[in-house]
Design a protein around this ligand. Structure first.
Ligand code: ATP
Ligand code: MG
Length: 380
């Protein structure tokens, strides 16, 4: 087997310098996670699998170990590619586990900072709807992240440009994914302390495990949220076009409600099967939110919004309710958007109502309306 030489081992002087840089990055990660751990209380009943809420599980791996795990980053192991770099499937012999390994593109400028934030965030935050970071590698100038492998890939691949013959997501699965993703966001907003603004919610960052169990991934852009009297943090506008809340795109003022807007866009994609931005469509239909807004006003038009691939197999009342939730989330005015906890309540209810296309029985009670009015939980 051919080895990719680790760039940190090319010459004695270089070697010392690079190993020092690597040590200092690993040291920085360890020191910062320790400090944050003492200062923050991300402890919740979901915090740990092993009953120890303080556990920082991320391990360090050598580049050589990860090269072996992916058979030298072989093309057949490639799972996908994003702005950060390529993602490979691999098997780590030392822990006998299949993993996903993300290799930072060394030409990327943002990379190192995002790498650090990702490791710090995922070392502190643990929830069944957040992807698990198993470890990382900071060997020489190599930066790699090792995650649990999510066998069903990302939500985007199940909603858009689906190859013929691939199973479409049914209504129940869509509601399950929406409710689970909302729970992950609720953990970041309401259980983490200080709250975390995710900033990069989109379908490609919702990964799917067995049974379509959703987990949020990619925390490289996340920000610790406003503390005390502050309602926002100011930052450079980053994120993905089509998902950014209008006030954030215009002023750079980031609040928890910016995430709620992005969640609303994702929910619209789940309902309609349309992309947040689709340049192949006619002018009025390219931006999903702009297309949906006039339809929100007329209940009779709601059936036009349902993904045609569902072939009418959805509960009409459930469709109405989930569109109402999405409409609230994507409101122009940030303070009119609901807090994520209310979104979780509504979507968990909808997900619990199993729709059976054979009997057309949804089990939904007409007594209960899940849409709860927007509330201000964090003083936004
Ligand atoms: N833990 C994982 N398990 C399985 N597949 C994964 C995992 N992480 C990422 N992937 C796959 O790799 C692809 C690329 O992911 P990546 O996060 O690098 O980019 P992205 O989310 O598509 O774009 P961006 O960089 O803009 O966030 C994903 O679309 C997904 O299919
Ligand atoms: Mg991603």
């Amino acid at each position: 087997m051919g080895w990719i030489p680790c760039s940190g081992y090319s010459g004695t002087k270089n070697k010392v310098e690079k190993m020092e840089a690597q040590d200092s990055l690993v040291g920085q990660i360890k020191a910062t996670t320790g400090k944050l751990k003492r200062n923050s209380s991300t402890k919740s009943k979901d915090t740990s699998k092993n009953g120890n809420p303080d556990h920082i599980a991320a391990q360090t791996f050598s580049f050589r170990e990860l090269a072996t795990a992916t058979r030298n980053f072989r093309a057949e192991c490639l799972l996908g590619e994003g702005g950060f770099g390529r993602v490979y499937k691999g098997r780590l012999e030392s822990i006998n586990q299949v993993v996903a390994i993300k290799q930072l593109d060394r030409n990327g400028l943002q990379g190192n900072r995002e790498f650090l934030v990702e490791v710090l965030m995922l070392s502190l935050l643990h929830h069944p709807n957040l992807v698990n970071l198993i470890g990382y590698c900071a060997d020489g100038d190599q930066r790699l992240l090792v995650y649990e492998y999510m066998p069903l890939g990302c939500l985007e691949d199940h909603l858009h440009d689906i190859p013929p013959g691939k199973k479409q997501l049914d209504w129940n699965t869509r509601m399950k994914i929406a409710a689970g993703a909302a729970k992950g966001l609720e953990y970041l907003h309401d259980k983490a302390n200080p709250p975390v603004i995710y900033r990069d919610l989109k379908c490609s960052n919702i990964l799917l495990g067995e049974g379509y169990h959703p987990k949020l991934s990619d925390f490289g852009l996340a920000k610790l949220g406003p503390v005390g009297e502050n309602t926002h943090v100011s930052t450079r506008v980053m994120g993905t076009y089509g998902y950014c809340a209008p006030e954030y795109a215009m002023t750079g003022q980031l609040t928890l409600k910016s995430d709620v807007y992005s969640f609303g866009v994702v929910l619209l994609e789940i309902i309609t099967g349309r992309k947040a931005i689709d340049n192949s469509k006619s002018a009025g239909e390219q931006n999903l939110v702009a297309w949906a807004r006039p339809l929100f006003k007329d209940r009779r038009k709601f059936s036009q919004m349902a993904d045609p691939t569902l072939q009418g197999q959805y509960p009409p009342r459930g469709l109405y309710q989930v569109i109402a939730v999405a409409a609230m989330c994507v409101q122009e005015q940030a303070n009119m958007r609901p807090v994520i906890a209310d979104v979780v309540t509504a979507l968990s209810y909808l997900a619990s109502q199993r729709y059976d296309p054979n009997t057309q029985h949804t089990g939904q009670s007409s007594r209960h309306a899940p849409g709860t009015p927007p509330r201000n939980r964090r003083g936004q």
